[in-house]
Design a protein around this ligand. Structure first.
Ligand SMILES: Cc1cc2nc3c(=O)[nH]c(=O)nc-3n(C[C@H](O)[C@H](O)[C@H](O)COP(=O)(O)O)c2cc1C
Length: 800
């Protein structure tokens, strides 16, 4: 039903007049009205532009001289019109207190207002509804509505909500103020069709008194006899039942199905290219079409929890399909609260088991249009609850979810950014019960949460590969939250294992041990844990560095890392044995340097990985030629190191699917199954896996699954590779609730020394700057990333 209607502002009365488009209109009066609306929109635009350009624009004189169809009396009146009173917010940048401007009488309003600051307290000072109302109030004020009609309408809603829907004095006062302000607007062509006036009308019309409280509406589409609703005969294709609802239509009832078709038409209009142009007719179509939809929705019988939830979500969608102003208004928030309550009540209803897609749509629509704060968090909790049960396997990525949402009511333009933001931001709101914040025993240490720092080469050691005070500062910063596990950057086991990575540290000399000791002491003094990642370059060595340091480039076989690169020397059995010995010595040094353990680096195409995979190992001796033989060097190292320092102090990093540095055998599963089985026998403290979506330190579109490796490992698992906080939470709570997983962050930890705190508190993450990842010796991009204000405040309070 497209009600082709526009508002007639003349005569100081509401009049709604049927019209299709300015050109279609046969009636002269209607054509004239259409034109004057276009003028009004133009003036509104001009006013906005002038305001934006900083002019102190206080009065509008409307000249309609050029419109000969306009009666002389009306032209004269228009010329003397003075537009809105000075904006409430004209002088004060933050706006005056609206409670003063519209002095609230209710003690309840006053009390809420006076405790306004308590909102910021850690513990909620108000009920969920109070909190919601104040949040909306603030968000509307942030938008600075300079229209007292809208403000009165909003205050009316506000008063209605905080007085528990009782018809109190201030309610009636705001109602009459709102109505009389709107009537005044009707005398003013430049304001009658302004977004704020239409907003105020719709706010009154859709105060949602009925939806929220069951009491009667102030205004609805039947209030004005001039209203005529009819479907646009030219666009029957618009009025379709979205496919997701088709399967449930028997549950929804005929009337609701008709409303859904109308919403689908509204959605088509909203997403069409002409929407949002300065076309007053289509805007009026939309306003009135929406009012029709909502009026009918309110009177539908609620037959079941599903239909109740769908009515609310449909109402919410129809509001959001209209103008942007609503996004800050109270209607969507109240509706999302209503929907939340219904969804919570019905969560145990078995009916959702058969309709997980509908549930996913309801939860995402409700959550996306809920204000930041408790309501939104409750949606997140509900989503997480369902993700491990009904929604499990339904979607894991945004494109998959989007495909589901599109089956129901969906608008690219009106919903996409909010719903996507909600999907992404779920990462930031960790329900307190998330396993991400539960302790985990790894070898001899017990981490206090499951967010760790991934190994990150940063080139800040000395030229002769000793750790520096700058490195101490860097690691100390990242030990900001007690109980955090840190894995150091790759650290060389011997002088001959380097051949690359100038200014990367080593652990074969006493001065290196001593310098590392200052770092481990500092990390421990902050209640954190630190393992040292040990490695050798193999064929990944850099020719110049290797030459400068006087060592040949060695590898399992004489296969260069890429075409044209230096051909490495195939290692002799003696060299292999020596390498095992160097791993042992470096591990013992690590323990002397105070590390909690060592991580054997068997990943990312370095020496041990080169031995594992047939792309780099074509030997025919005991260290090549078969799965078992290729695993041998790594197994030898693990056996020797665990014998030397104890298995509880040893971890192993693997990257079965990585293509970095010329790796990735055709089928890595048998090879890595063998290695993992051997690591299991060694009883090491943890297995550390790198996701396929990472190639070294770059993102990569890999979809190969580590599932096979997860299945092989029962102990603590460390996982890294492109994780967002939300994905980390999903991994530990939803995908693998039975596994003991620690999620490691690399790049985010570089840019957020207080990363764990930020994730826990749901704070924004600072973006990393790739250009400073590897600047030798530089503090820039290393120790100068800021801690969040919230973290600093908490630290200050702790020390006071
Ligand atoms: C600057 C930088 C240096 C890295 N150095 C190492 C390293 O020394 N050893 C290692 O195993 N992985 C290294 N990686 C890979 C990371 O440990 C991690 O697997 C990768 O960054 C993916 O995690 P993220 O998406 O959380 O950053 C490095 C990554 C980056 C960005």
């Amino acid at each position: 039903m497209i009600p082709c209607l526009i508002v007639n502002y003349s005569g100081g009365q509401f009049h709604f007049i049927s019209i299709q488009s300015p050109d279609d209109a046969t009636d002269r009066k209607a054509r004239r009205l259409a034109r004057s609306h276009a003028v009004a929109r133009g003036l509104e635009k001009k006013r906005k532009l002038q305001q934006e350009s900083g002019h102190n624009f206080r009065a509008v004189v409307v000249s309609l001289k050029d419109d000969p169809s306009r009666p002389a009396r009306e032209r004269k009146r228009c010329q003397t019109l003075v537009a809105s009173p000075p904006s409430l917010f004209a002088d004060a940048p933050d706006g005056p207190d609206p409670f003063q401007s519209l002095a609230a009488e209710s003690p309840r309003l006053q009390a809420l207002h006076s405790q306004h600051k308590a909102q910021r307290a850690a513990e909620p000072a108000f009920s969920m509804l109070d909190e919601l109302v104040l949040q909306n109030f603030r968000s509307v004020l942030r938008k600075r509505p300079d229209d007292d009609a809208l403000l009165s309408a909003f205050m009316l809603t506000f008063a209605f909500a905080v007085t528990a829907s009782s018809i109190a004095t201030e309610y009636l006062r705001f109602q009459s103020e709102a109505l009389s302000s709107i009537r005044q607007r009707m005398n003013s062509p430049d304001r009658a069709t302004s977004e704020s006036t239409l907003g105020a009308i719709l706010l009154l019309a859709d105060l949602n008194a009925s939806v929220l409280t069951g009491s009667s509406r102030i205004v609805d589409h039947t209030t004005f006899s001039e209203l005529q609703w009819r479907r646009d005969p030219f666009s029957p294709d618009f009025f379709i039942l979205p496919p997701g609802f088709r399967a449930q239509s028997y549950l929804l009832g005929e009337e609701f199905v008709e409303v859904l078709k109308d919403i689908s038409a509204l959605q088509c209009i909203r997403d069409s290219t002409f929407f949002g142009r300065e076309d007053v007719i289509s805007m009026a179509h939309i306003d009135n079409h929406q009012a029709s939809i909502q009026s009918r929705l309110v009177s539908l019988p609620n037959q079941s929890s599903i239909s109740e939830c769908c009515h609310l979500a449909a109402y919410l969608c129809s509001a959001m399909l209209r103008c942007k102003l609503w996004r800050a208004s109270t209607i969507p928030s109240h509706l999302s609260l209503q929907l939340l309550c219904k969804l919570q009540q019905a969560n145990n209803d078995l009916v959702w088991d058969d309709r997980p897609d509908l549930l996913a749509w309801l939860l995402h629509i409700g959550g996306a249009f809920a204000p930041t704060g408790p309501i939104r968090s409750e949606y997140v909790v509900l989503l997480h609850l369902n993700r491990s049960t009904r929604l499990r396997g339904l979607y894991t990525s945004w494109p998959e979810l989007l495909a589901i949402l599109k089956q129901f009511i969906w608008s690219e333009k009106a919903f996409m950014s909010q719903v996507k933001a909600f999907w992404e931001e779920k990462s930031l709101t960790m329900p307190p019960q998330s396993r991400l914040f539960k302790p985990l025993k790894i070898g001899d240490v017990e981490v206090q949460h499951r967010i760790g720092m991934a190994p990150l080469t940063r080139f800040r050691a000395t030229d002769d590969r000793a750790p520096t005070p700058l490195m101490k500062e860097y690691y100390g910063q990242r030990a900001a939250v007690p109980g955090t596990m840190i894995i150091t950057e790759g650290t060389f086991i011997s002088a001959s294992s380097c051949g690359g990575f100038a200014n990367a540290p080593g652990l074969w000399r006493e001065d290196q041990v001593a310098a590392w000791r200052t770092i481990t002491d500092d990390v421990h003094s902050k209640g954190c844990f630190i393992f040292c990642q040990l490695f050798a370059m193999g064929r990944a060595a850099n020719v110049e560095t290797a030459e400068k340091e006087g060592f040949p480039i060695v590898a399992p076989s004489a296969i260069p890392i890429e075409e044209g690169a230096a051909v490495p020397q195939a290692m002799t059995i003696g060299e292999i044995r020596q390498t095992v010995g160097e791993f042992v010595e470096a591990s013992k040094n690590a323990i002397r340097a105070g590390f909690d353990g060592v991580e054997i680096h068997g990943a990312n195409g370095y020496l041990l990985d080169q031995f594992l995979q047939d792309v780099s190992n074509t030997r025919h001796d005991a260290y090549g030629g078969s799965v078992e033989n290729r695993s041998r060097l790594l197994d030898d190292v693990l056996t020797a190191v665990t014998n030397a320092i104890g298995p509880q102090r040893v971890g192993l990093r693997l990257s079965p699917w990585s293509t970095f540095q010329g790796m990735r055998m055709a089928d890595p599963i048998p090879q890595f199954t063998d290695v993992i089985a051997k690591a299991r026998r060694s009883d090491i403290a943890y297995l550390h896996l790198v996701e396929s979506r990472i190639s070294g330190s770059d993102d990569y579109e890999g979809h190969e699954q580590l599932e096979f490796a997860y299945k092989l490992w029962d102990g603590p698992l460390l996982v890294a590779g492109g994780y967002t906080p939300q994905e980390a939470r999903e991994l530990v709570d939803v995908t693998y609730p039975d596994k003991e997983i620690l999620v490691l962050f690399g790049r985010h930890f570089i840019a957020n020394p207080d990363l764990v705190f930020r994730i826990r508190q749901g704070l924004d993450l600072h973006a990393y700057d790739r250009s400073t990842f590897y600047v030798a010796g530089s503090p820039a991009g290393y120790v100068d990333y800021a801690f969040s204000d919230e973290f600093l405040t908490e630290e200050r309070e702790k020390s006071d």
